[in-house]
Design a binder for this molecule. Structure first.
Ligand SMILES: [Zn+2]
Length: 158
């Protein structure tokens, strides 16, 4: 087991974590996976316009690490846009992300989303609205810190 490493601090979770080009069926769609720390790097550097030093400071990482993350993030976003792939945001070594698991009563699909991103209105697999909160089993949120306190510093939802 190669964890835990130091969690990277993330100030907000992506509101939506899946972006797909219109008109491409899911079955033929290729995905690019952007980690939450890469997403955060984009948010800080490109949206808030911070210098890399400041952004690195916010994420509690070195400037070199930040540089590597943002570079990877940019190339993934570019790849998704240019080649028409879906962009999925998940994983990464971040604090704050306890996950909530939901389960669809229609197709039995179950999935996890971070706390604070709201209750899903429908199942991402079959679009049924019959979605229930499932037991938290600490299952598949690979790379995401599960602790509710201490390391995980969840801020109030905007
Ligand atoms: Zn379903």
């Amino acid at each position: 087991m190669a964890r835990p490493r130091n969690c990277r601090r993330v100030g907000s979770m992506p509101g939506s974590n899946y972006f797909k080009p219109r008109g491409v069926p899911l079955s033929t769609l290729e995905e690019v996976v952007l980690s939450v720390d890469e997403f955060e790097a984009i948010r800080l550097a490109d949206l808030e316009g911070l210098y890399q030093e400041q952004a690195a400071e916010r994420m509690k990482i070195s400037r070199q690490t930040f540089g590597r993350i943002i570079e990877s993030a940019h190339s993934k976003v570019a790849e998704a846009l240019v080649t028409g792939k879906a962009l999925k945001i998940e994983g990464g070594e971040v604090e704050m992300a306890s996950m909530r698991r939901f389960r669809c009563e229609g197709c039995k699909h179950s999935w996890e989303i971070p706390y604070g991103s709201g209750r899903p209105g429908s199942c991402p697999a079959c679009e049924s609205g019959n979605v229930r909160t499932a037991q938290e089993d600490g299952g598949s949120a690979e790379g995401l810190c599960k602790r509710r306190s201490g390391c995980c510093n969840r801020r109030g939802k905007k």
